[in-house]
Design a protein around this ligand. Structure first.
Ligand code: NAD
Ligand code: UDP
Ligand code: UDP
Length: 310
């Protein structure tokens, strides 16, 4: 049995990760300030004696003991990370420093939830880990993109300077049950709108692309990455390479929900990346992992969740 800390454990990905780690027989401490996360994501775990929650903001030091740390704390939806952009950068950067300082003191392995946003609006397609990206340092998305890039820098400097065992995952768009209904990300927005018979809000012309990974596949990859040899640091892309336009996604959601909702076209947000698809050769080789869940199947599960919730 390992003692594992999950920061951001009350959020979408974090709550799935806590559940999976507990299922595997570990002791789990969820650390979260509930900025975008919810206790309701964890209700079924509260009676488990191996599970504990600590309300804490990772921008402040944390003194605990553990064998492994998964650092997921950070708002992930553009609406939420742009609401208080200074706080977003602080969470990524001060949060990384504190969790790395903690990992250094207690000699724990540490995982960082980085993002495909480190590639910005990519000019190389699909994106391999060797691509340095095309990021605007002063735009509306920069608080998140540059915060996550700086966090990667800190992880690699703690690795080089203090010999920390680090695991850096560059996560591409992930969806599934327990996304917040007002999260603002495209999959949850479209499903909630379709189920409520509201217009489906496509931003721009809907020709921009994304590659959507189902949450169960992603959580398997996190745990496999943590379990790689100590000398494997990443960064490693994690995502499903099947690429769709946003318009195609809207049409799929309408079909699967049998909704009467109509598509409306709203303005495209600033610096919205035009295309995104992970090159996952490295993940295949090092983790022996490929995503298994097709978009339609994952959407059906997610629709079922939102149908019960709404
Ligand atoms: P989420 O918003 O559901 O979860 C983030 C969690 O972090 C929430 O529970 C929130 O309350 C907590 N949090 C935020 N600031 C905090 C702070 N200062 N101290 C403690 N807790 C704090 O988002 P998610 O989709 O679960 O994303 C989890 C991680 O994965 C994030 O770091 C995100 O950047 C990364 N990521 C997610 C995706 C995706 O598609 N879901 C893609 C790329 C990267
Ligand atoms: N830290 C923490 N928990 C610990 C150890 C450190 O939160 O158990 C934080 C502390 O705020 C510190 C930061 O991590 O400032 C970085 O730690 P490090 O040892 O790298 O540097 P320091 O600032 O202590 O010189
Ligand atoms: N998007 C959209 N309608 C919505 C929400 C998002 O058309 O209601 C678009 C958004 O402009 C982007 C894509 O869907 O091109 C993915 O957006 P999301 O916020 O989910 O994540 P991103 O990949 O941009 O961080």
């Amino acid at each position: 049995m390992k003692r594992i800390v999950v920061t951001g454990g009350a959020g979408f990905l974090g709550s799935h990760l806590c559940r999976q780690l507990l299922d595997e027989g570990n002791e789990v401490l969820c650390v979260d300030n509930y900025y975008t996360g919810r206790r309701s994501n964890l209700v079924d775990l509260l009676s488990n004696p191996l599970f504990e929650i600590q309300r804490h903001d990772v921008c402040f030091p944390l003194y605990i003991e553990a064998d492994e740390i998964y650092n997921l704390a950070c708002p992930a939806s553009p609406i939420h990370y742009q609401f208080d952009p200074v706080q977003t950068t602080k969470t990524s950067v001060h949060g990384a420093i504190n969790m790395l300082g903690l990992a250094k003191r207690i000699k724990a392995k540490i995982f960082q939830a980085s993002t495909s946003e480190v590639y910005g609006d990519p000019e190389v397609h699909p994106q391999p880990e060797s691509y340095w990206g095309n990021v605007n340092p002063k735009g509306l998305r920069s608080c998140y993109d540059e915060g996550k890039r700086c966090a990667e820098t800190l992880f690699f400097d703690y690795h080089r300077q203090h010999q920390l065992i680090i695991k850096v995952a560059r996560i591409f768009n992930t969806y599934g049950p327990r996304m917040h209904p007002n999260d603002g990300r495209v999959v949850s927005n479209f499903i909630v709108q379709a189920l409520q018979g509201e217009p489906i809000t496509v931003y721009g012309k809907g020709t921009q692309t994304r590659s959507f990974c189902y949450v169960d596949d992603m959580i398997n990859a996190f745990i496999k990455l943590m379990d790689t040899r100590d000398d494997f640091t990443g960064p490693v892309n994690l995502g499903n390479p099947d690429e769709f336009t946003i318009l195609e996604l809207a049409e799929k959601v309408i079909k699967l929900t049998r909704s009467k909702s109509k598509i409306v076209f709203n303005p495209l947000p600033h610096d919205d990346p035009t295309q995104r698809q992970p090159d996952i050769k490295l993940a295949k080789k090092k983790l022996n992992w490929t995503p298994k869940v097709k978009l339609e199947d994952g959407l059906k599960e997610t629709i079922k969740y939102f149908r019960e919730l709404i």
